[in-house]
Design a protein around this ligand. Structure first.
Ligand code: PNS
Length: 175
């Protein structure tokens, strides 16, 4: 029987509930789903690669056919090394379509047998992006419904070092 492997690539800076929704949907379609974080030395990320791997591993442990990895270089080469037949990407709105179409067609040009499969996340996540989460968190807005609790906490710690100190004191019962 055919064993289907798909790569779900992205920056995941940070992981959002929209990503988890897509992982859930993808895990039901493919036998194996590899969530692959791009190691991109040219793009400064808020979270280090190690932090992103840790958060993703924590949050995807519930799916037995999902694993987390990172890659650099061409996605099509990485997919070949992973023996994947498909790339999974989410399309939230028409605005995503042009960029996603361009990438899918370029990947097809580079490796015709690798299919890109698009999935729509739940409507409630259709406006959600890592970029907006970072911005709202930076400006002090409520992101509790948009990201897992651990991501919210790490974001707060990163953007406000005083928050880390405060939560350590609370844990130690010193407030
Ligand atoms: O979450 P993102 O930033 O939209 O993900 C973009 C990603 C990682 C899927 C894309 O940048 C990528 O595949 N990069 C790897 C380099 C590559 O293969 N480039 C050519 C693809 S058109």
């Amino acid at each position: 029987m055919k064993h289907t492997v798909a790569i779900y690539p992205g920056s995941f800076d940070p992981l959002t509930n929209g990503h988890l929704d897509l992982i859930d949907r993808g895990s039901k379609i493919f036998d194996e789903l590899v969530v692959a974080i791009l190691r991109n030395p040219e793009k400064a990320a808020l979270f280090s690669l190690e932090e992103r791997v840790t958060m993703l591993e924590q949050q995807t442990g519930r799916w037995k056919n999902v694993r987390v990895d990172s890659f650099e270089g061409l996605l099509v080469d990485y997919a070949l090394r992973q023996k994947a037949q498909a790339v999974l990407r989410g399309i939230r709105a028409i605005s995503d379509y042009e960029y996603e179409l361009q990438m899918a067609l370029m990947n097809r040009k580079l490796r015709p047998e690798l299919e890109t499969v698009f999935i729509m996340p739940a409507e409630k996540y259709s406006y959600l992006s890592s970029r907006l989460v970072r911005e709202v968190a930076r400006l002090g807005g409520d992101i509790s419904k948009l990201v897992p609790e651990i991501v919210e906490q790490r974001l707060r710690e990163k953007l406000d070092p005083a928050f880390k100190l405060q939560s350590r004191k609370v844990k130690a019962g010193r407030t």
